[in-house]
Design a protein around this ligand. Sequence first.
Ligand SMILES: Nc1ncnc2c1ncn2[C@@H]1O[C@H](COP(=O)(O)OP(=O)(O)OP(=O)(O)O)[C@@H](O)[C@H]1O
Ligand SMILES: [Mg+2]
Length: 145
Amino acid sequence: MDLNTEMIYHSRSEEETEKLASEIAASLQPGATVLLRGNLGAGKTVFSRGFARGLGCDDTLSSPTYTIVQEYQLPGGARLYHMDLYRIADSAAALGFGVDEFIDDPKAYKLIEWPERIESLLPEKCLTVEITHQGDEERTLRITP
Ligand SMILES: Nc1ncnc2c1ncn2[C@@H]1O[C@H](COP(=O)(O)OP(=O)(O)OP(=O)(O)O)[C@@H](O)[C@H]1O
Ligand SMILES: [Mg+2]
């Protein structure tokens, strides 16, 4: 999948969102950062689950709301960090949790839900996935390099 130009996808189910996410994951290299933007219930965690699967991760990815960062080991030695910053106030609070060490890990894939909490800490090069509700099961996903 070519992720160098902006693309817009329509998903009609959780499964379609997971499948798209797994294809995106398989097109990225370790070190990649993916920002997941969208309202509560948009599908950021669903996307993350598909993304982890696309990297060959067998563990079930759950919402890391209470742990902030969840780490997954991937086949081949790479890691995936799944971050949910909903409960983080701002960049200063995030630094208090050591979030920068996860973001700066060059060997890990990073998925960040609620990146708007830490705009000043985000790497320059990120893939942005913006998910918008269109109906009960319909979502638009805008992928921007
Ligand atoms: N096309 C779709 N893609 C993704 N999720 C969908 C879709 N249709 C329905 N859903 C449902 O929407 C919900 C998305 O929940 P999810 O936890 O992924 O949202 P979230 O964006 O991570 O929210 P939060 O900000 O609270 O973490 C799930 O209940 C899922 O079943
Ligand atoms: Mg979530």
